[in-house]
Design a protein around this ligand. Structure first.
Ligand SMILES: Cc1cc2nc3c(=O)[nH]c(=O)nc-3n(C[C@H](O)[C@H](O)[C@H](O)COP(=O)(O)OP(=O)(O)OC[C@H]3O[C@@H](n4cnc5c(N)ncnc54)[C@H](O)[C@@H]3O)c2cc1C
Length: 362
């Protein structure tokens, strides 16, 4: 995607910044743009490996018709346009890591730590966490979690680790089919099996066709069944097979070296619920004029926030991000009078956007 300044997943030195935005969904991205116009620096963190939040994760290829001035665009296209708009500010994006803790320091700054160990010291925090961090749905089987990260992989795994292995991909949606096809196409695995509870897939016809072709060419095997148990090596160190219920009476064994469950993603509010912020039905209560929560210096925008009349729509999130940017700038620079500047006419904003000197359109 354009404008992506994605950074490596971990780092040792604390990162000082004006603001940390939690969430790189559409509202978090527009929030960074609005802060840029206010000349407030920020860093964005997201649990997903890509920006765009629900737009990319839940409806990447579906059309949106109610973004002002854009008659129609897909979820992915909207995320791409927001990144492009944000590009002049070169905002660092820290992807694939969840913000796990938030604590106030003696000097008033906020210390945030992510699941990758990165630490931020921020003068203000804006929570744009939507419906929560998207985490992979787990396959619930007794004893399976012991093999997570070794033989059971919920996230993308390097092909090198699956070389010459009997790999089972579990699931029936596009992510499962794409993973299975990618592995089958690589020719690196000893075998690739796609396991699904029935023979109906939830994917575009072209993907299903590619699947059937890979099966016909012997690159991929299909198995139907529901995992009900697992088999381990005698010393308990290795997962060797899944036990599958194939109908009400019969079970079968599926031998494997690696299991890649692709059962979809579910949003989890996670640690945010433990930060002591005022909440109403899992949403953060804010002042609609400033988007401030009850913790001074912590703001919430987009789907995660609540106030009378709140609607979970992109447009409402963009409006909230704009008001929050003004409120944060006023908090960080109380001595400075706030002026309303238009991007159309302000030479200073043109400079910030990197368009100073370009000829005006008539
Ligand atoms: C199917 C569908 C269709 C829709 N169609 C429309 C439409 O046509 N028009 C419209 O206006 N709206 C539509 N919406 C609603 C719109 O998508 C949401 O209002 C919008 O995505 C909210 O944006 P957000 O940035 O607040 O949250 P999100 O898009 O949910 O992004 C939040 C981000 O925060 C991250 N996050 C959460 N917690 C953490 C944490 N602790 N650490 C790090 N990262 C974290 C998540 O991973 C996520 O990427 C639709 C929604 C759905 C599901």
């Amino acid at each position: 995607m354009p404008g992506l300044n994605a950074l490596p997943a971990s780092g040792s030195d604390p990162v000082p910044t004006d603001v940390v935005i939690i969430g790189a969904g559409p509202v978090g991205l527009f929030q960074a743009f609005q802060l840029g116009l206010q000349e407030v620096s920020c860093q964005i963190v997201d649990a997903l490996p890509h920006a765009g939040g629900q737009c990319v994760e839940l409806y990447a290829d579906k059309p949106i018709y109610d973004v002002p001035g854009i008659p129609v665009c897909s979820g992915r296209e909207l995320a791409e346009r927001l990144l492009l708009q944000l590009a002049p500010f070169r905002t660092p994006l820290h992807l694939g890591q969840q913000v796990e803790s938030l604590a106030q320091l003696g000097d008033g700054r906020w210390r945030l730590q992510t699941s990758s160990g990165r630490v931020f010291l921020a003068r203000a925090v804006i929570i744009a966490a939507g419906v929560g961090a998207f985490v992979p749905r787990r396959l619930v089987l007794d004893g399976l979690s012991a093999f997570e990260g070794r033989q059971v992989h919920y996230h993308a795994v390097e092909l090198e680790r699956l070389k010459d292995q009997r790999v089972v991909v579990q699931g029936g949606d596009e992510a499962a089919l794409e993973t299975a096809l990618q592995l089958a196409g690589s020719g690196q695995c000893a075998s690739v099996t796609l396991l699904h509870r029935n023979s109906k897939f939830k994917a575009e016809p072209a993907l299903e066709q590619a699947l059937q072709q890979a099966v016909a060419e012997g690159k991929l095997a299909l198995r139907t069944g529901q995992p009900v148990g697992l088999l381990q090596s005698a010393d308990g160190q290795r997962l060797t097979a899944l036990e599958l219920a194939v109908d009400d009476e019969h079970t079968e064994t599926l031998v494997l070296d690696a299991l890649l469950p692709r059962l979809g993603l579910s949003p989890k509010l996670g640690p945010i619920a433990d930060w002591g912020l005022a909440m109403e039905r899992k949403l953060l209560t804010v002042d609609p004029a400033t988007l401030a929560t009850d913790l001074a210096g912590v703001y919430a925008v987009g789907d995660i926030c609540h106030y009378p009349g709140k609607r979970k729509l992109l447009l409402c999130g963009f409006h909230e991000a704009t008001l929050a940017a003004f409120a944060v700038a006023a908090r960080l620079r109380p001595e400075q009078r706030q002026l309303l500047q238009y991007t159309t006419t302000s030479p200073r904003l043109h400079e910030l956007l990197g368009v100073a000197g370009t000829s005006a359109r008539t």
